[in-house]
Structures are given as structure tokens and as C-alpha cells.
Write a protein of this length. Structure first.
Length: 250
């Protein structure tokens, strides 16, 4: 039942692969832990089914980092941090993200606080820390470092580097020109402590957002989030169930 329920989740269905719960269950030879079940499902979803490794890139999971560390004790973690103001510019273009600069700052700050709080629970040999700005400025160096960290061989590294496309080398510090003074102040009022922890510059010493403006930001975000969830979970859910819509993210 657990395997069947997981297989029905939208992110799993997006792989468009048939999973047989009975066959998967019988193939699990070790203890039937949640970790083993999830691992067995995921290795079957990767394109190369001879590969027993898989990864997940979902920043939102930082909210559950402590649970992930306990549930997946053998996992390796690559933590890539990016200047939160540039993150906000990207999030504001997405229908599922925070809906204003203040809530983007609160979201980015909360997730990175989770990493700061729980990072020492991850053994040092299982954690690799990289700044996004360093990654896009020296991609080959950091890709090589990541493959070494994951104990991948030279053949896999050569394939990765040969298929590598040029990164957006100018995709940093965009906030300096695209955010206005009020937006910068609003962001730093929520996230200056975390920005400084990661050695990102701040323009204000002790910025504050007026209480009435804070309530407006939060109310606006709540309304927009409810609208998105109704469309994503209810309207799309009905279309997927009854009208043949594919369960892919748009």
C-alpha cells in the first residue's frame, strides 16, 4: 500500500513509468524501512536503470532537513547557497513561490537557518558546501569537485563535462540593478543576519519594515498562495483524474 500510495504522487507520476508495487516490494531484500522503499522506487525512475544512485533538488525540503538526515542516513548533501535577493528575483517569476519581496526574504532566511542549525548533524564527508556565485564563475572546477565528492569515476565526470553547457556567468548580483531601495530594505529587514552569515554584502545596518506593511505583505502572499493551491490541487487534480491532463508541472 505504501509503494502504491507513493507511486500515485504527482512528482512520481511525472516520470510516466509503470511501477509494480508487488514486484518492487519483493525486490527489497533488506529491512522494509521507509528509506528502502523510497530508494527502490527512485532508482527505477532514473533514466539509466543500471544506476543505483539518485538525487533530489528540492530547496523547500530544507524545512525538513532534520527529518531527511534521520530518514536517509547514507545520503550525501550538496548545499548550494545563492544570494537571497537574486533568489527572490527568480521566485517572483514562479506561480508557486512567495509573491512579494518581503515574503521571499522570510522564505529564503527560514530555509537557510535550517541548514545553519542542522548542518553539524551531517558527517563532514557527506556534506559539500558551494556558493552559487562561485559555481557559475568556475563551473568545471566545481563540477569536478562534486563528482569527486560523490565518488563518481573519471568516465562519468568526462561525460558530464562533455555535455556541459555554458552557465549564465552573469546571473549574479542582478538584485543591485533590478531591486529598488524599498525592496532592498524590505528584504534585508528579514534576512540581513543570514546574508551576513554567508558573507553577502548588505546595504543597510539595521533595516526595519513598518508593521502595517508587514501585514500587507503577508496578507497579499496568503491570498495569492490560496489561489495557486486551488488551481494546482483542485482544478488540475480534477483535470488529471477525469479529463486526461498529464501530471506534469507547467
Amino acid at each position: 500500500k505504501l509503494i502504491k500510495d507513493i507511486s500515485e504522487e504527482r512528482p512520481v507520476r511525472q516520470h510516466n513509468k509503470r511501477l509494480d508495487p508487488i514486484e518492487i516490494g519483493q525486490s527489497i531484500t533488506s529491512s522494509n524501512t521507509y528509506y528502502q522503499v523510497v530508494n527502490e522506487i527512485n532508482v527505477r525512475l532514473v533514466e539509466n536503470e543500471t544506476n543505483r544512485s539518485w538525487g533530489d533538488k528540492t530547496p523547500h525540503y530544507l524545512r525538513e532537513l532534520e527529518t531527511l538526515i534521520e530518514t536517509f542516513p547514507d545520503a550525501y548533501y550538496i548545499f548550494i547557497v545563492r544570494d537571497g535577493r537574486d533568489v527572490a528575483l527568480s521566485l517572483l517569476e514562479k506561480p508557486w513561490g512567495p509573491n512579494n519581496i518581503f515574503c521571499c526574504a522570510a522564505y529564503w532566511s527560514e530555509l537557510n537557518e535550517k541548514f545553519i542549525k542542522h548542518r553539524e548533524k551531517i558527517p563532514g564527508e557527506r556534506l559539500l558546501f558551494i556558493k552559487y556565485e562561485d559555481l557559475i564563475s568556475e563551473p568545471s572546477e566545481h563540477i569536478t569537485k562534486m563528482y569527486a565528492f560523490l565518488n563518481e569515476g573519471s568516465e562519468e565526470l568526462d561525460k558530464a563535462l562533455s555535455s556541459f553547457t555554458t552557465p549564465k556567468s552573469n546571473n549574479s548580483n542582478k538584485w543591485k540593478s533590478k531591486l529598488g531601495p524599498k525592496q532592498k530594505r524590505a528584504f534585508e529587514s528579514q534576512a540581513s543576519t543570514i546574508l551576513r552569515w554567508f558573507d553577502y554584502e548588505c546595504e543597510y545596518d539595521n533595516p526595519k519594515t513598518p508593521a502595517i506593511l508587514m501585514y500587507y505583505y503577508k496578507f497579499h502572499d496568503h491570498i495569492m498562495k490560496c489561489s495557486f493551491l486551488i488551481k494546482h490541487n483542485i482544478v488540475d487534480g480534477l483535470k488529471i483524474r477525469f479529463f486526461g491532463k498529464q501530471p506534469f508541472n507547467e
